[in-house]
Design a protein around this ligand. Structure first.
Ligand SMILES: Nc1nc2c([nH]c(=O)n2[C@@H]2O[C@H](COP(=O)(O)OP(=O)(O)OP(=O)(O)O)[C@@H](O)[C@H]2O)c(=O)[nH]1
Ligand SMILES: [Mg+2]
Length: 313
């Protein structure tokens, strides 16, 4: 069955607060908060549909801006939640269907109970759209300096410290590098994640980025209290990541990569289809992608791009 195409708007007031509407009784998902909007009718463009919905539901005349993210969802209902920024609008929004309205500071959005597909929308508003994954160090000091420079040059706000070979062959050097990297990246305002090692994540108060192999035997007690993210290659792994309430997952490879030559990517259609199985979970796309792919990734339901090669040059 074709998914229902739903358009919704991010409407801000002069203080930067965002408008949520509460779904009224007697409809599906009653009582949950949502971004105002509704279903596209035959013959309408998404922008026309959104203008009409906002006129009908809120009494405003809106100018639709750029797309934020389009979240595909398979179940419980097949839909595509296609969200746009509202550039400006005339009239003060009112709940014309009797729905309650709330102006919510962005950092408080997570306190409102929303439908599953809104999870990635809120993440797209609040969290970084690019995630840098480190390469293996050759020389530790050079690795650290290069990391700081890449973060600066590419405007990176989220980093995964990953070096499985070096971490195994030089565990003490790796621990020291992780310590230095955490200190310096935090000074640059970066959210730091550590690949695979719960002990290091705990010691340096970073998130734990789970390898896909760790998802097959979840060590819930060892990970308790840590922020979790996960690398996934299949629907089953994505479902484990969602079950662990990961902050986000990585899914790929979308295209063939320099680090894995000869491994064919899954492509955007497959990416979208897989991520639609776990609507609530923010998912970065990776594999042969960089800054130029962020817009397309958002059209396919991604939080953005994760990459080694693109941002370590
Ligand atoms: N407007 C809106 N709909 C959402 C959001 N998240 C989400 O899952 N949906 C789902 O998308 C569908 C939107 O349909 P709707 O009920 O608002 O449709 P509508 O305004 O055209 O009115 P209708 O109820 O008369 O059909 C619902 O199944 C709703 O649960 C959201 O943030 N905003
Ligand atoms: Mg509606």
């Amino acid at each position: 069955m074709e998914p229902i195409h739903v358009v919704a708007g991010v409407i801000r007031d002069v203080r930067g607060r965002i408008l949520l509407a509460r779904r009224t009784q007697g409809r599906d998902l009653a009582g949950l908060w949502e971004f105002p909007g509704g279903k596209i009718e035959p013959g309408e463009t998404p922008q026309q549909a959104l203008q009409r919905e906002l006129r009908e539901e809120l009494g405003i005349e809106a100018t639709v801006g750029g797309p934020l993210i389009a979240v595909p969802q398979h179940a419980p209902k097949a839909l595509m939640l296609d969200v746009y920024e509202i550039k400006h609008y005339r009239n003060a929004p009112r709940g014309l269907d009797g729905q309650a309205l709330a102006w919510v500071p962005p950092e408080k959005l997570a306190q409102y109970a929303m439908p599953p597909a809104d999870g990635p929308v809120v993440a797209a508003l609040l969290q970084p759209d690019r995630l840098l994954i480190t390469p293996e160090p050759v020389d530790g000091d050079a690795w650290l300096r290069a990391l700081e420079a890449s973060v600066e040059r590419h405007g990176i706000r989220r980093v995964q410290l990953r070096a499985p070979l070096f971490a195994t062959s030089h565990p003490d050097d790796w621990r020291r590098l992780v310590e230095q990297a955490c200190a310096s990246l935090r000074g640059q305002g970066v959210d730091v994640w550590i690949n695979g090692d719960a002990g290091l994540a705990r010691e340096f108060d970073a998130g734990l980025h789970l390898r896909s192999t760790q998802l097959s035997s979840p060590a819930a007690s060892e990970w308790s209290g840590l922020r979790l993210a996960a690398s996934c290659h299949s629907m089953a792994e994505l479902q484990v990541a969602a079950g662990l309430r990961c902050d986000f997952a990585l899914l790929g490879p979308v295209k063939e990569t320099r680090s894995h030559p000869g491994v064919v990517g899954i492509g955007w259609n497959m990416f979208r289809d897989l991520r639609a199985q776990v609507p609530v979970l923010p998912v970065y796309a990776l594999g042969g992608l960089g800054s130029a792919d962020i817009v397309e990734s958002r059209r396919n339901g991604a939080q953005g791009i994760a990459a080694i090669s693109a941002w370590n040059a």
